[in-house]
Design a protein around this ligand. Structure first.
Ligand SMILES: *Cc1c(COP(=O)(O)O)cnc(C)c1O
Length: 328
């Protein structure tokens, strides 16, 4: 195990956040469900900007960019993309130029993450109502233009849901193992959202490579089970080659992908997800947004009520606070 940990720690990254993130009980949810223990892992408090999971991913992705002597970062996403804002925060800290490419029109009033991007002074491009393919063409063109200006640009691909991006969540598993040991916690099952599958892959790989101490429950917020599963296995194989430790077969039964709470997919909320955005903070004083975390909490509560879980539970709050301000 020590060898594995040494190997994981040897992979290049740049320090951006404050880790480990806190892990604590959510007592009022325990009382409400008459089930304990239930813990929350506070990745909404990763220590940069509005916080969130992408800080873990950016430590590895921007670590790679710095190793390649990049001086400018190109990131793309929808208007309220948490990745775009957190990349802008990280670039401020590292002294890199940041270019944000949005599909969507510039709104009259900048709110949520768009306000934060504006305060950070990054250059944002609003491409209007186009799809991700056309957005990618613009990104490639911007890359060439920056090259011609003598810059050394770096593109963040696939919403940071890549092997390097997922490495951050391999570390999160190590943190949970250590925090459990230090505080004598009994954690059996971990809950996290699945969008493109970056967070999920890091957790699944980290769990497997460290002896499968947990069962990982991935609540899909975007795709049907089959598509998300394929994405995850693609990222898992990237992780295996980055770390150099293949898992072959050992993923068996160590994770479940649940697509029952996704509604109509990404950004398409459900009656239950809207309700929990209002109910959860009333219990714990912790806000959740309505694209990722609301669906995870809905799933966790429903699975507890249906007795589909065993032992201590740990919900990973992936942040996204900036986006909440434009969701209702
Ligand atoms: C990007 C993001 C995720 C995870 O997405 P994956 O693509 O599955 O890694 C989860 N929560 C928030 C708040 C995010 O911004």
């Amino acid at each position: 195990m020590d060898k594995t940990i040494t190997k994981l720690k040897s992979i290049n990254k740049v320090e951006l956040g404050v880790f480990p993130t806190p892990l604590h009980n959510i007592k009022n949810v325990e009382t409400f469900l008459n089930y304990s223990p239930i813990y929350i892992k506070r990745d909404d408090l990763t220590g940069l900007g509005p916080g969130g999971n992408k800080i873990r991913s950016l430590e590895y992705i921007l670590g790679d960019a710095l190793q390649r002597n990049s001086d400018s970062i190109i990131v793309s996403g929808p208007l309220q993309s948490n990745l775009c804002t957190l990349t802008a925060c990280a670039c401020a800290k590292l002294g890199l130029d940041c270019f944000i490419v949005h599909n969507g029109n510039k709104p009259q009033v900048l709110e949520g993450n768009l306000l934060l991007n504006d305060i950070l002074g990054v250059e944002s491009f609003y491409l209007g109502d186009i799809d991700e393919h056309d957005r990618a063409l613009f990104v490639d063109d911007l890359y060439s233009r920056l090259k011609k200006l003598g810059k050394n640009p770096y593109i963040i691909e696939n919403g940071a849901s890549t092997g390097y991006g997922a490495m951050g969540y391999v570390n999160a598993i190590l943190e949970i193992i250590n925090q459990s040991k230090e505080n004598n916690l009994d954690i059996q099952e971990v809950f996290a959202p699945g969008g493109n599958g970056g967070v999920a892959s890091g957790l699944i790989y980290g769990n497997a490579v460290l002896g499968s101490p947990f069962k990982i429950n991935v609540i899909s917020v975007e795709y049907e089970k089959e598509i998300l599963t394929n994405n995850i296995f693609r990222i898992l194989s990237e992780l295996e080659s980055i770390v150099g430790l293949p898992i072959s077969n050992k993923y068996n039964n160590s994770f479940t992908i649940i697509d029952k709470y996704r509604g109509d997919g990404w950004g398409q909320d459900t009656e239950e997800s809207r309700k929990i955005v209002y109910d959860f903070p009333k219990m714990e004083g912790i806000f959740i947004e309505n694209t990722y975390n609301s669906k995870v909490v809905v799933g966790l509560i429903d699975m507890v009520k249906r007795s589909q879980v065993h032992g201590g539970l740990c919900y990973i709050h992936t942040g996204g606070f900036g986006s909440l301000f434009s969701q209702f």
